[in-house]
Design a protein around this ligand. Structure first.
Ligand code: AMP
Ligand code: ZN
Length: 114
């Protein structure tokens, strides 16, 4: 999608500190980290939010979830854990309309969110 910030990161038009990339997905550090570790994992295909996932996307969604876990462990969160977050639309606090999983770790995180 031409005016999507994360699609521009995928295309290389906007730089990002990449962590992982394959044919389906990209992980990169959040520019405004809320924890010692805070990265985003996104599908390369533009999907606006989790509500736009279709049944045919189940494989992709599963691979994204598993990769989020793998990367969190690889980046040091295996023992103490991490927060895996998907914000959706206005009430969910989504600010970038391209599906993304936040992974936050490296400190204890409060619950519930505000
Ligand atoms: P959300 O509020 O769930 O839509 O999260 C969007 C996230 O994208 C926020 O945590 C932002 O800090 C992050 N973000 C915005 N622009 C960039 C960028 N250019 N590179 C990396 N992360 C970004
Ligand atoms: Zn996009």
């Amino acid at each position: 999608m031409s005016d999507c910030l994360f699609c521009k990161i995928i295309s290389g038009e906007i730089p990002a500190k990449k962590i992982y990339e394959d044919g389906d997905m990209l992980a990169f550090h959040d520019v405004n980290p809320q924890a010692p570790l805070h990265f985003l994992l996104i599908p390369k295909r533009h999907i606006g939010n989790i509500m736009e996932l279709e049944e045919g996307d189940a494989g992709l969604a599963g691979r994204l979830l598993f990769k989020a876990q793998e990367l969190a462990v690889a980046l040091g969160c295996g023992e103490k854990g991490a927060r895996f977050v998907i914000n959706c639309k206005t009430d969910g606090g989504q600010t970038v309309d391209h599906l993304h999983i936040h992974v936050l770790g490296g400190r204890p995180l409060a619950w519930p969110p505000g």
